[in-house]
Design a protein around this ligand. Sequence first.
Ligand code: PEP
Ligand code: MN
Length: 336
Amino acid sequence: MLVVMKNDATEEQIKAISDVIRNMGYTPEPVPGVQRQAICVLGNKSRVDSSHIEVMDGVKEVIHVTKPFKLVSRESKEKSIITVGNNKFGSITLPVIAGPCAVEDRVKFLEIADAVKHEGATMLRGGAFKPRTSPYAFQGLGEEGLKILAEARGKTGLPVCTEVMDTDTLAMVSEYADVVQIGARNMHNFSLLRKVGRQKKPILLKRGLSATINELLMAAEYILSEGNWNVILCERGIRTFEEQTRNTLDLSAIPIIHELSHLPIIVDPSHACGRWDSVPPLARAAVATGADGLLIEVHMNPLEALSDGPQSLKPEKFSQLMKDIKNIAASIGRKI
Ligand code: PEP
Ligand code: MN
């Protein structure tokens, strides 16, 4: 349930309502917003009797949230814009996060960072802790990789996004990162979701390999329920019976999530298809479908990449992609 307050509601009135909600055995959670003050009621298993709250001073209306996810629902908030440096996820201007799958080496990373910035990327990416199918594959440079990311941020002025794999390394990762990525394999790691909800850095939450849209939104609900409302969702393909591509990009998730949630949703076509030649057409389709941003893997020499080379674009292909999506964005009233 959501208690929407009048524009001129006072702090005392909000406190009085929060006290009543607590006395009923539920948890009041203030919903951040500039235009509207609201309190979300958490912890109820069935419809809450709101009759005495509706008549309290300062209350504009009471909305019964019908979805299992409450804080992420559009019923609780109209729209969220997540700001990271000059990036505004959920605004008319689409951020583009680009860089290699993993930070492999200082000189190589600084070179890619420069190249993608030159082509118009607005945020850098690169994993320092890599979730690999094989324990014998390159696992990332760890803290050394985080330091390289920080150096690249200093040199380019672009914020950096990098993955956290477990609760043990969260404090370290969030110290260096501007956006902390929760990878597809960790979307169901509820203790990690709760922990990233308790720290302040914005979260890029990727959809699990076989997660439904509802499960993705419930994973985001874990993060918001701990107090961190800066969550960016990411559609990165789901596992289907198709074998030509690594995953199947579910573009229908974009309009559906926009209808169900106030959170922005970006698209990662690189992990979705797993092959570089399909990345540009899928990126164009994502922008046309209304994605709030893109995440693209770029490598100077994909044949030598230590992870995800086959899906990585060379800078010149990335450059062409940036030009193409500018036109598509303009045709639907958005900007790159
Ligand atoms: C990545 O971004 O490099 C990554 C491992 O992504 P995902 O979790 O979507 O597989
Ligand atoms: Mn990757």
